[in-house]
Design a binder for this molecule. Sequence first.
Ligand SMILES: C[S@@+](CC[C@H](N)C(=O)[O-])C[C@H]1O[C@@H](n2cnc3c(N)ncnc32)[C@H](O)[C@@H]1O
Length: 290
Amino acid sequence: MQKIIPAHNPGQPGADVVACYLNSKHTSIKHSSYFQVYESLLAKFRNTRFTFVEIGILDGGSLFMWREYFGPQARIIGIDLNPDAKKWEAEGFEIFIGSQEDPLFWERFFAAVGDVDVVLDDGGHSNSQQVITAHHTIRHIRDGGMLIVEDTHTSYMKGFGNPSKYSFINYCMKIVELINSRSSVLTKHPSALTNVIYSCSFFESIVCFHIDRQRSFDSRPTVNNGASPTAKDYRFQKYKVNLDQSKPLASFVKALYLVPARVFSGILFLNSKTLLEKITSARLKKYFRG
Ligand SMILES: C[S@@+](CC[C@H](N)C(=O)[O-])C[C@H]1O[C@@H](n2cnc3c(N)ncnc32)[C@H](O)[C@@H]1O
């Protein structure tokens, strides 16, 4: 692997984390775009008493990076499948040996350490490792904490069995649906995590689930005490106004193709609204291309 030293000019996003990365006396491998993400998500924990868990120890370099970055009050726990990683206990880290895709491992782990604040998944990066880890750790993360999953580009890599319906990125899409299902206008998603994951951030190759039960409540439409409403809601008239007032030619063309569309849908016993939706979808297609 070509050795690239990340830039760390003072004031540049992520510079403090990079400095700790470069200071670490043991090898660590991180992508150059990750440091700015770490800083934006994790700076609030610096010099506080909190519990940080990293899955994936390898040569131990990131454990030392985190200790320098977070300060002496942080409780830093490492997890790896490789039993040799136990040696880092001599350096003051808590080390657990086991597989992140084993639900029983997580049961024993949390029984031993209790709830935690941050879990950073830099383990094996397969779909099953990332999904099973998310499922079994999120409920043990305290409010204000997060699960950060690295190397999510593996969801697009053949070598990791992707594309797949069960890729980690597709799991994230399910989580997005679950978050949105807190809206009273939708059917609530029956999941133990619906009122646990407040939000989800997507970065290049990193996904973060922000945990906050207080903020993850079911939402209802509300109204303030303003003067009685008089304005007409133009939500469904906007398109018509655009065509009729500002683009008379487009309006004429639309009228021309809508008449046969309505007749045609009548012949085929189709709902003309369905046909209109199909026409709208065709117009939107180009925005989903690239
Ligand atoms: C990418 S390396 C970790 C790199 C390290 N965090 C760093 O910054 O240098 C991945 C590590 O995950 C461990 N690993 C792989 N599969 C695992 C599993 N199922 N459970 C726990 N650890 C696993 C490997 O043994 C390896 O040490």
